[in-house]
Design a protein around this ligand. Structure first.
Ligand code: AMP
Length: 295
């Protein structure tokens, strides 16, 4: 695996590979890698000649600076994991490779920077106003900002994203369409621990007592997928809220049944072509999200 810190050097190297007819696959990450990330590399390896993984903890997508500080940074272990997954290239830039001083100043002043749209009026409509977007103002603008920058550096044929972050995946798809980037976005299934907990870099912040309880999140989603045909939205929501409250350790931030295309809460099960149940819960030191596609 070749490691690049410089965007310019990576670009030149990839231009060379592209000119030799190689297809480039790309999986952007924030590091603290686990088997969920590695599954993206494996899927990318199966579909592309050269696979690039980036590790960059993106400050502009954090609205809580404490969360940014606390974000795990484990570059050495990540490098070893990527090596063992046969990843071809790791891009691990310093912050100045990605953001100008002006852009970082805007972040410090808590202003949303729209320059990544490059003159186009990218509009996510209501897609970034619900769920994560409603609770984390500016989060998806920061995600789109960094992913569009990384896309311009790597210029991949295909980019691989996990369905774990279902809303993020939809927003990236929309961004690629609106910016008319010639990149295929590939959705990759959620990788879970054997007890159902969705893998996440943040899981290391779960206390041992909480660890016993967290499989409950996925179990609740599975229960929803088993009963939704025989119930209605109001009852399902009541049931889920009650189930989390009963445990005494989860604070339910949201549970939504959304249209997979628009991400808007559905009014009934008949009108949506595909429905996803999405949940976010807070524990003492960590916030966890998960989802399940109902149909
Ligand atoms: P992150 O490092 O958390 O920004 O995640 C980088 C990429 O890995 C995103 O596309 C995530 O959706 C994906 N990812 C994270 N956790 C999982 C998981 N458990 N299963 C599949 N993909 C995941």
């Amino acid at each position: 695996m070749i490691i690049f810190n410089s965007a310019e050097k990576l670009k030149n190297h990839l231009n060379e590979l592209r000119s030799q007819g190689n297809t480039i696959g790309f999986a952007p990450t924030m590091g603290a890698l686990h088997q969920g990330h590695i599954s993206l590399i494996a899927i990318a390896k199966a579909q592309c000649d050269v696979v690039v993984c980036s590790i960059f903890v993106n400050p502009t997508q954090f609205n809580d600076l404490k969360d940014l500080d606390k974000y795990p940074r484990t570059l050495e272990a990540d490098t070893a994991l990527l090596e063992s997954a046969n990843c071809d290239i790791l891009f691990a830039p310093e912050i100045n490779e990605i953001y100008s001083a002006e852009e970082l100043l805007l972040k410090q002043e808590n202003k949303e920077d729209k320059s990544w749209m490059q003159g186009k009026n990218v509009d996510f409509g209501m897609m970034d106003k619900v769920m994560e977007g409603a609770l984390r103002p500016g989060h998806f603008n920061g995600v789109a900002q960094v992913v569009s920058k990384l896309f311009r550096i790597v210029n991949p044929h295909k980019a691989f994203f996990g369905q774990k972050d279902f809303q993020q995946l939809s927003i990236i798809r929309s961004m690629v369409n609106q910016l008319e980037l010639p990149i295929e976005i590939v959705a990759c299934p959620i990788v879970r621990e054997t007890d159902g907990l969705a893998m996440s870099s943040r899981n290391i912040r779960i206390t041992p007592e909480e660890r016993e309880m967290v499989p409950y999140i996925y179990k609740t989603l599975v229960a929803v997928s088993a009963i939704y045909l025989y119930s209605n939205i109001i009852n399902i929501k009541k049931l889920v809220a009650g189930a989390f409250e009963e445990t005494g350790i989860f604070e339910l931030e949201y549970f939504e049944l959304v249209d997979a295309d628009t991400l808007q809460p559905i009014e009934d099960f008949k009108s949506a072509k595909s429905v996803v149940a999405c949940v976010a819960v807070k524990l003492k030191n960590v916030r966890l999200i998960d989802n399940i596609v109902l149909y």
